[in-house]
Design a protein around this ligand. Sequence first.
Ligand code: SF4
Length: 310
Amino acid sequence: MKRGDVFIYGPVASRRLGSSLGVDLVPRKVCDYDCVYCQLGKTSVKTMRREPYVAVEAVLEQLERRLGEEAGIDYITLAGSGEPTLHSQLDEVIAGIRRLSEIPIAVITNGSLLGDGEVAAACARADLVVPSLDAADEETFQAVNRPCEGINLEGVVEGIASFRRAFRGEVWLEVMLVEGLNAREDQVREMSAVIAKISPHRVQLNTVVRPGAEPGARAVGEAELAKLAVMLGEGADAVPPLPRGIAVTSLGARAQKALHIMRRRPCTAEDVAKALRMNYTEAMKLLVEMEGKGLLSSKASGGKTFYVVP
Ligand code: SF4
């Protein structure tokens, strides 16, 4: 762990979770998927290995401090710079959060490891688990999520479904649609059969927003998204095109500072995180929101995404 590492970000005002304080359990970007739409960019450490990527004590210490500073938090949310269930001490983290606070705990996960007994037992300590599912067939799963070798759709669906059956909290499923890859009507219809097997409490349909891992990953139009949500039946909800995990934050002093820096030179999310001493994910959320409000525009150059003031 480096000096100054930031594990707690937000609070983020999320449509689903209200005011959510984020806990980042893996460095950017450790994941067992490499989704084409990932707003964190390409997966740099693609692995299924569960490890103590960050020190639990340091995470809990920072969280305790932040909880003392913040009021009105609706959820403490494990999400962030990769796949949080890859942290091998997830169980300890959630137990530690429980000791610190009575605020409900949410885990945002790609769901790939919910079939693993240890991961399922750790997630079962949370109040809400939000896994994702973006395909109904293996070929589409491989094309959209690009998982580690050895992960297949059938296993993932079975893992999420058995977790759902045993879990006493709520499971909200997230579906991310990418134009030209998994958003055809017949694909969504097939997905609805797979979702029925899982029987989540809620389904949330999203679409991609730049900057993603692949510049070619295109968003589905808002009207089309709403139509596809209807096909998924009651309990399915289409949200306006925001990337997964990105919620609307209030633009405050940090946005002003970010604008101040970017008026001088184009910056990457990493530059902004460093300059404003923010967690990368938090910086990314701020930039995407600012771009959504027309305050910034982004352009790809040399494999990086730069933000500029138009
Ligand atoms: S979207 Fe989530 S699951 Fe997909 S690559 Fe990014 S961090 Fe991993």
